[in-house]
Write a protein that binds this ligand. Structure first.
Ligand code: ARG
Length: 456
């Protein structure tokens, strides 16, 4: 029996039932559905709808159902259309007719929106912890690599030397913005739809402020039509998830490149790399590739769900039942990827010699121009002069730093100290301004990152 059989004379067609049911997906809301119903029973008791005995029977029954879910002994029936009908049906099995009073003044429309928000509110801390975990890995790796030099790239062309710590921390801050976004989302998720009925509000004397407080929401939603259809929090979450996925994808792309023989900066541990069924020599960075690949699907979840929402008429429409699958998938994806990436990074071997070898002398060209600037030359002229030197070395087929002093002097007022410019560690050390790659500036960054990790 469905909950709405009264005006129907035949059962829903089997194929139609299969399309209509949401139980395979929304059964994940079981604990939240029971919690919401216990709070709703309390509000009905206060409103004088339930007697003390009825209230006790309902709450006792709901607690028993929660225990069944927790222990995995809850049995669904073929007639359960979604998690809400399953819980109400089971309550009837356990306590009889009093169960029929629980849905007074409530609709599955305000109920499902409440359950879903509760679920997300309970899940956000798990995501925060997983992001925090990857951030901690990046910071501890950075602490070990304050003085390790590597080439920094723009356009994927070698550009200027940086420290490995600086590169690692460049992924810390995007993850921090992801965490900030999720913390901000919490505020808009903690608005209570319950007590809005199907669309018009409830005709019983429900204290929604108290109900909100009981369920840990900040305040009741101010408009019932909006409340039953507001899924901004879900769309926003999908954006936040897609953005986090995008950050993980960019990190992964660097890792795929840097573990290749062409770069050779890192070697992955055996526990976090895979082989080839055909080529015996292969060691592949599959886990980073999967993170990169799955981040595409995360973007798709956001785009798909926004398309679902965009043309809906006022208040609840069944289209909204499509809200949970993408959010669950996004959460599962991030919770699967984040700890694996953290462990893959934590167990890799760093090859400092390979990184140093990749810093060819032309990466100090900017520093040569700065050298001339310090001697009084305008930067544009200095840039052109060093460009000439680069051209000359290339024409002669020798490294830039092997040009003779006379050759340097034929271009600009270089002196014998020009050769000292070619020390990449000195170049890095000069970038002392806040946010730069000098070990001193990176130290500040590490301290700032650690204090964030300790606070939150
Ligand atoms: N399973 C539904 C959902 O997830 C519950 C709400 C159904 N409401 C309705 N009027 N059919 O949206």
């Amino acid at each position: 029996m469905t909950l709405w059989g009264g005006r129907f004379s035949s059962k829903l067609d089997e194929k139609a039932w299969a399309l209509n049911t949401s139980l395979p997906i929304d059964r994940r809301l079981a604990a939240q559905d029971v919690r919401g119903s216990i709070a709703w029973a309390g509000a009905l008791r206060k409103a004088g709808v339930l007697s003390a005995e009825e209230h006790t029977a309902i709450v006792t029954g709901l607690n028993a159902i929660a225990a069944e879910f927790a222990s995995g002994t809850f049995t669904f029936s073929a007639s359960d259309e979604d998690i809400h009908t399953a819980v109400e049906r089971r309550l009837g099995d356990l306590i009889g007719t009093a169960a029929g009073k629980l849905h007074t003044g409530r609709s599955r429309n305000d109920q499902v929106a409440t359950d879903f928000r509760l679920w997300l509110l309970e899940t956000l801390p798990q995501l925060d912890a997983a992001l925090h975990g990857l951030q901690s890995t990046l910071v501890s790796l950075a602490e070990q690599s304050r003085n390790v030099l590597m080439p920094g790239y723009t356009h994927l062309q070698r550009a200027q030397p940086v420290t490995l710590a600086h590169w690692l921390l460049s992924f810390f801050w995007p993850l921090q913005r992801d965490r900030d976004r999720l913390a901000d989302l919490r505020e808009r998720t903690a608005i209570l739809p319950l007590g809005c009925g199907a669309l018009a509000g409830t005709a019983f004397d429900i204290d929604r402020q108290a109900l909100a407080a009981t369920l840990g929401f900040t305040e009741p939603a101010p408009n019932s039509l909006d409340a039953v259809s507001d899924r901004d929090f879900a769309a926003e979450f999908l954006f936040d998830a897609a953005m986090a996925g995008l950050h993980l994808s960019r990190l992964s792309e660097d890792m795929v490149l840097y573990t290749s023989a062409e770069f050779g900066f890192f070697e992955l541990s055996d526990a976090f790399s895979t082989g080839s069924s055909l080529m015996p020599q292969k060691k592949n960075p599959d886990l980073f590739e999967l993170a990169r690949g799955k981040s595409g699907a995360l973007i798709g979840l956001l785009a798909g769900f926004m398309a679902t929402l965009k043309g809906l008429p006022s208040s609840y429409d069944k289209d909204l039942q499509e809200d949970k699958a993408p959010v669950f998938q996004a959460v599962d994806t991030l919770l699967a990827i984040l700890p694996v990436l953290a462990a893959t990074l934590a167990t890799m071997t760093v090859r400092p010699q390979k990184m140093l070898a990749a810093i060819d002398p032309t990466l100090l060209a900017t520093d040569l121009a700065d050298y001339l600037v310090r001697k009084g030359m305008p930067f544009r002229e200095a840039h052109a002069a060093v460009g000439k030197a680069v051209q000359l070395a290339a024409r002669k087929g020798i490294p830039l730093k092997d040009l003779e002093l006379e050759e340097w002097q034929s271009i600009a007022p270089f002196e014998a100290d020009v050769y000292a410019v070619f020390d990449p560690m000195e170049a890095v050390k000069r970038r002392t301004a806040e946010g730069g790659t000098s070990p001193a500036a990176v130290e500040k960054q590490i301290q700032k990152a650690k204090s964030i990790l300790n606070q939150t």
